[in-house]
Design a protein around this ligand. Sequence first.
Ligand code: GAL
Length: 630
Amino acid sequence: MTLWYGGDYNPEQWDPDVWKEDVGLMQRAGVNLVTVGVFSWSSLEPAPGQYEFGWLDRVLDLLHAGGVRVDLATPTASPPPWFSRLHPEALPVTADGVRLTHGSRDTYCACAPAYREAARGIARALAERYHDHPALAMWHVHNEYGTTCYCSLAAERFREWLQTRYGTLERLNEAWTTAFWSQGYAEWADIEPPRKTQYLVNPTQYLDFRRFWSDELLAAYLEQKTELRKLSALPVTTNFVFGGWVPVNHAQWAAEVDVVAIDHYPDRSDVGAEEQTAFGADLARGWAGGKPWLLMEQSAGTLNEGHRLHTKEPGRMARHSLSHIARGSQGALFFQWRASRGGAEMFHSAMVPHAGPDSRMFREIAKLGSELPQLAEVAESNVEADVAILWDVECWWAMQGTHLPSSSLDYLAAVRSAHRRFWHAGITVDFAAPAADLSSYRLVVVPSLYLISDEAAAALTAYVESGGQLVVGYFSGIVDPDLRIRSPGAFTELLGVRVEEFHPLPDDSEVVLSSGGRGRLWSEHVHAVSAEVVDRYAGGVLDGKPAITRRQVGAGTAWYVSTELDDAAAAQVFELSASPVEIVRRRSGDTTWTFVFNHGDAEFSVPDAGRLVVGELPVPAGGYAVVRST
Ligand code: GAL
């Protein structure tokens, strides 16, 4: 049992003398895993088919001698300049038709056969060279799959994907509602990716392209995985990107990686960064199906707020790392080990900053590195949560279309706001897929689930009938997976309400409820057909109409909340009270590890009797503690 600790290591920027110093410092910092080679393609293959493995041999040998394991990457997120020169058709094209040039990273189209062949080639060459290197712990394919392309090669692949999905043009025309605006397709060849067009793009065409792109990238990943698997049985992973951007269906991809790994860079400098940390970590655990996962990248010393770097205050790096571990991560890794000596990310923080090891940053890194081995046994435990929030990336993509009744409807924001409320109450939540078995949860929250399948609607009904508490948010159950309007809505019967009209609100206005609560962003003309009215709109055009309803169904209860409630009103519905501390429990058999993070101003005494493993008791303001009890 080990918790991994380390980060991306990009030694090709440095002389071999620095590599030796690096390994010494890694030992001082308790580093046990580094990701090597993520962006090394031009150093590994400086000309087509001409490999230079000597430097990597030396690096891996040095790491092995120093007891540091390696997560060896395939460098396919950044093809070298020669590749773009020889295969200009593999450079990506944006939605408005601009073909990008070399000079950054990720300048490739995953649909270009030449790219796919080259990617398989370098993966194969690495597997042949290093499959039995003793330093190897796992393989890391590519980096943050997501780059999108709208070129003609992508268009061809998209058409093939559509043929598989729909079989006939008749079926596609129906799903895309192409009778509207004269879009009926008579030839597959007429279908294009959703490139820039005159006005609003067809929403289902847009959503299908997102689905297709995720599948296409998954195929590209699997080709590399196959090359590695031919020679190696070690775990294979790829790092999922998360932020305001989820370019692929990570929940679906999770089945194809041996370890779910995420990169996580909160973009707030206040306590919002802690809350985002919890959000991303809980989501990663959801993608992993409740199993442990790995924080592959985070920033050591800074938070990116807008275009400004905010230095993490003393102790914050450790809190963020441990919060990920509390929520199921099998360790804490960073981008990157040593700050870059130049290049686009020269000011990105690192475990070894430009100031060198005689720095607060490195001392904090080394301190955390000395604490993690004491927590090693949590690697085999599971996180406890009895509340779930539904998360569906297809619903998010669908709501990124340009056709919604309010441009302020924001799926990610609605899910985050639900999560934030539980986080502030110190309650750990899981994220679950809409059609998942939810029977272990006492409460399930469904924020703005605009798109829903029949299967998911049935699963939610079964959950309530067998005793669950379900809270459905506004703008839910509106369309099927083809984005065709459901009439009646998917939740009409379960909730016992009929929604007659939407009343989207201007950004600067609110609605008041008879309880005194407030709502913003959205309101609806709701009829309580067989539901009890819990709260009503007060004043305005919806005066006296139901705003929040509740219906007993079988042994459970189904609530409907037709507006974006303010925190106080939401706290009442969910029976939440604010907590200054974040408490997360991981359990294995009879043993529980209680992680406590004190975000308040006063010290906090931990009620669980047990042995302090790391941190301090009582937990000082801004501090943390992990207590083990049996
Ligand atoms: C990640 C990426 C790293 C590095 C980092 C900077 O998304 O995988 O290579 O660019 O961001 O924050």
